[in-house]
Design a binder for this molecule. Structure first.
Ligand SMILES: [Fe+2]
Ligand SMILES: [Fe+2]
Length: 368
């Protein structure tokens, strides 16, 4: 899986057809090692970064929680730092912080604020009956009312610089693609568990480390002359983009949100194939070859299959097994749509204005 409504997670991997020697010479080594800690974006992230570099312990009075859970820089960097402790970790940060009670309490306060914003975004909607969940998921729009689409822009007219920006923006999620939904595995039973693992197996390369989707994305980044390490561009990724990865972690890390995480997964799989096809075509329009396009091409076929499995055999079956989760499954799908909508608006507004969508312009290695 990879993708999201219309502006779907950029699958821009695919080396250059006729790469200039400079670009490939400049390719950064891909490793699983996380890059160094980012710069603070406000009082809370500054506090967290300072504490995380020391011994795990309690703290008396952390700064107040920032209130902008939609686009806030300090908010989403802070939440991102808390979540990364559960994935690849943070460089030079003691691993015991992962389950530190003070940090978990702080994370919980951030999550309550994020959840409140999502509930406001999604609003009240009619709860489907369990047997209607699959059809209701199909009814969640995959395109935004004004027709704006990042994938459409990539297909038609994005520049190579914009493609690189998009790949950087999506790296917060794509370099750990599938991991947030793997938290679901022990929380499901029977048919939904089996169907989920079928999807996840493909995401993890179906037995071939070279086809691990996270690695395909890292190779896309390298083929574009970018650093493929997790966290390598964290200082450039705005809060509105970190929010897309934080949503997946919020829903994935809590058993009580298992229905919403399944809805999130279904929405990604439903919208990914077409968005990745358009992105891959845009990359070829720019003369980029398989080194860059491989990740996107992989998702065109894979997600056409994952779509039906995720919607019918995971989400639909879970709703029948646990009918009380039906409304939550839709909430997860609609939350993704809301967060991706803000992401799409941010990126296309910046590009329409001739500006960068990153916090600072992207600096490529000198040889590129
Ligand atoms: Fe998929
Ligand atoms: Fe994938």
């Amino acid at each position: 899986m990879s993708g999201a409504p219309s502006g779907a997670p950029l699958n821009l991997s695919a080396g250059l057809h006729s790469p200039s020697p400079g670009i490939l010479d400049a390719v950064m080594p891909a490793t699983d090692r996380a890059a160094g800690l980012p710069a603070a974006r406000g009082e809370l992230s500054g506090f967290l970064l300072e504490r995380l570099t020391g011994e795990p312990g309690d703290w008396a009075s952390p700064p107040p929680i920032p209130m902008d859970a939609r686009r806030g820089e300090d908010f989403h960097l802070s939440l991102h730092l808390c979540y990364e402790l559960h994935y690849g970790g943070l460089e030079d940060v003691d691993e015991r912080w992962e389950w530190n009670p003070a940090l978990l309490e702080l994370r919980s306060r951030l999550e309550r604020t994020f959840e409140a914003a999502l509930r406001e975004d999604v609003g009240a909607s009619e709860a489907p009956s369990p047997v209607e969940v699959a059809a209701a998921l199909r009814g969640v729009p995959g395109e935004y009312p004004d027709g704006r689409s990042i994938a459409g822009h990539v297909a038609r007219s994005a520049s190579l610089e914009q493609v690189r920006e998009l790949v950087v923006l999506r790296s917060a999620y794509q370099l750990k693609e599938a991991d947030p939904h793997s938290w679901l595995i022990p929380r499901l039973r029977g048919g939904p568990k089996v169907a989920l693992v079928e999807v996840q197996s493909d995401e993890y390369g179906a037995g071939d480390p070279a086809r691990l989707h996270q690695s395909l994305y890292a190779r896309t980044m390298q083929a574009l002359g970018l650093d493929g390490r997790p966290g390598g561009y964290l200082d450039l990724i705005p809060g509105v983009a970190l929010a897309t990865a934080n949503l997946a972690s919020l829903l994935g890390l809590h058993r009580r949100w298992r229905g919403a995480s399944v809805g999130h997964l279904a929405m990604i799989e439903m919208t990914s194939s077409d968005a990745n096809r358009r992105c891959a075509n845009g990359l070829r329009r720019l003369g980029l070859g398989p080194g860059v396009t491989d990740f996107y091409d992989e998702h065109v076929e894979a997600d056409a299959l994952h779509d039906a499995i995720a919607v019918n055999d995971v989400a639909g079956a879970l709703a029948r097994d646990e009918p009380q989760l039906a409304p939550q499954i839709l909430f997860g799908a609609r939350s993704l749509f809301a967060v991706e909508g803000r992401f799409t608006e941010h990126v296309l507004d910046a590009w329409d204005a001739g500006a960068t969508s990153l916090l600072e312009p992207l600096a490529l290695p000198a040889a590129a």
